[in-house]
Design a protein around this ligand. Structure first.
Ligand code: F6P
Length: 493
């Protein structure tokens, strides 16, 4: 039996995500410094101008934990920090539980499954260590569900984000059946035959966890249908393929009632045109643009901007550039590849190894082609948002070649801020491809030679064609701005 909570909070709208809208660092004098995070969710939530809305997130490091502990009633004081009117409650989850849930399950397991990242002869291997991590993931999801249950007003709308929190909807429904619960997946969803890599109980818990929601949102129809296929295949759920609904046949172990139906929704998050255009013309961006122009001279540019993330396929992108230079010497001294590969998830050995592989290949390209007057590749590995915007403005070709990607906002942002028009080389496995495919140069991300050819086509495209395509790409990329993306989901709930 489940204990129902009789005490409710006051928030009519709640968001829950692992990474919140702010993070903290400790200054030299010991005080806490706050930084506002970027991303669609932060912009999206700004559409809700409700001082009673609450965003529940995890404290990610020591400074966050201290801020969470020092916050009165667990609520952070964000006055004067331009993070919207909502309150933020940061959960101080113990560091070991957090690390096991975030690194072990969310990023090393669920992320790997949805992005098809395993080299299956040796990985994954679900051993006793994984079981400890899975228990931590359950505890971490429970902490979120409890905080949300405590904050939510009767009948409130709760928008739960992503693969970190897939158990939350069902857990929350157990204690607060009055709530309207949504879950949104920002990743792709794996097809059933790959999703079956997970231990059966884990696979089922994740699916039934999300099915605790009234609505489960995805970035593209492809990912929504893959989720439905997994529910059909692993849970024996009934799927209405026309209406995109999933109905569980019987109560799950988690207590989801008989015949509950979850509607699947598709919300293709777009670029925030107003914000980007204004931000991309501030002096700090102009300054970086001038520096890049000096480095590049009158040569053409191929630009990529990513986290150093296995699914972004940076190594094959560099291989494609090397193949272009090997097979088309006419581009020697006439092109520069600007590659920004920012640090990400460095707690994981796979990411550290991948970062080393990117650097090694960059050095090899340099050794093979650089001359005293031409640097063929500029690789930056530290995060600098204004410099990314400067590169977007300068790009002749943008390379976005992920193995798989929920959406990929770089593909949508470049056409919006490009100064002169930019050819887009785009993986057919990026969610953004379903909207941008007509005007992009589509590639199979594993095909290095075809990617090199697409780079050549992009570099050779006439300025008129590039400008025309960029205009259409920008229109498609901004069709659903973050604010509307967020409001749509809320309204549907
Ligand atoms: O949905 C994927 C996501 O959570 C994005 O929101 C974000 O781009 C990325 O992963 C960041 O991952 P992390 O929070 O692990 O740095």
């Amino acid at each position: 039996t489940t204990e129902r909570s009789s005490v409710t909070g006051t928030a009519p709208v709640l968001v829950a995500s692992n990474r919140g809208p702010v993070s903290f660092s400790t200054s030299d004098d010991g005080t806490l410094t706050l930084r506002r995070g970027g991303g669609g969710l932060v912009s999206g939530l700004s559409a809700i101008d409700d001082p009673h809305a609450v965003w529940v997130c995890a404290a990610l490091g020591d400074a966050d934990r201290r801020a969470a502990r020092e916050a009165p009633d667990g609520r952070l004081d964000l006055a004067g920090h331009e993070v919207g009117s909502q309150a933020v409650r940061m959960l101080d989850i113990d560091p070991q539980t957090f690390a096991r849930a975030y690194n072990g399950v969310a990023n090393s397991t669920l992320w790997f499954v949805h992005h098809l990242l395993y080299a299956t002869p040796t990985a994954p291997s679900f051993d006793a260590g994984f079981r400890t991590e899975w228990a931590a993931y359950q505890a971490y999801n429970t902490a979120f569900a409890e905080a949300l249950a405590a904050e939510a007003a009767p009948n409130a709308a709760v928008l739960v984000q992503d693969y970190h929190l897939s158990l939350v909807p069902a857990l929350l429904r157990e204690t607060r059946p009055d709530l309207r619960i949504g879950h949104f997946s920002h990743t792709p969803w794996a097809p059933p035959e790959y999703y079956r890599l997970l231990p059966d109980d884990v696979a089922r818990a994740v699916l039934t966890g999300i099915l605790g929601a009234d609505r489960a949102g995805f970035l593209t129809e492809r990912w929504a249908r893959a989720f439905a296929a997994c529910c059909e295949d692993l849970l024996g759920a009934t799927v209405d393929h026309k209406e995109l609904t999933v109905t569980l046949p019987q109560p799950s172990a988690g207590g989801t009632p008989i015949g509950r139906t979850t509607r699947l929704g598709v919300h293709a998050l777009g670029a925030d045109a107003d914000f980007l255009r204004e931000r991309a013309h501030r002096p700090d961006v102009d300054e970086r643009l001038a520096a890049l122009r000096t480095a590049v001279g009158d040569r053409r540019t191929i630009v990529r901007v990513d986290r150093t993330e296995l699914s972004k396929n940076i190594v094959r992108g560099l291989q494609a550039y090397r193949h272009l230079l090997r097979t088309r010497p006419e581009w020697h001294d006439r092109v520069v590849h600007i590659a920004f590969a920012y640090p990400s998830r460095t707690d994981l050995a796979e990411y550290r190894d991948y970062t080393a592989a990117v650097r090694r290949l960059a050095d090899e390209i340099d050794e093979e082609f650089a001359t005293p007057t031409w640097q063929p590749l500029i690789l930056h590995v530290n995060d600098d948002f204004p410099r990314s915007l400067a590169a977007y403005r300068l790009a002749d070709v943008a390379l976005v070649n992920p193995i798989r990607d929920g959406m990929n906002l770089v593909a949508k942002e470049v056409p919006v801020v490009s100064d002169r028009g930019c050819a887009l080389v785009l993986s057919r496995e990026a969610g953004a491809h379903s909207e941008l495919g007509d005007d992009a140069l589509t590639v199979n991300p594993y095909d290095v030679i075809a990617t090199a050819e697409a780079l050549h086509t992009g570099l050779s495209m006439s300025p008129e064609e590039r400008a025309e395509r960029t205009k259409r790409l920008a229109a498609a990329a901004t069709a659903l701005p973050p604010q509307q993306w967020f409001l749509d989901q809320l309204n549907e709930l």
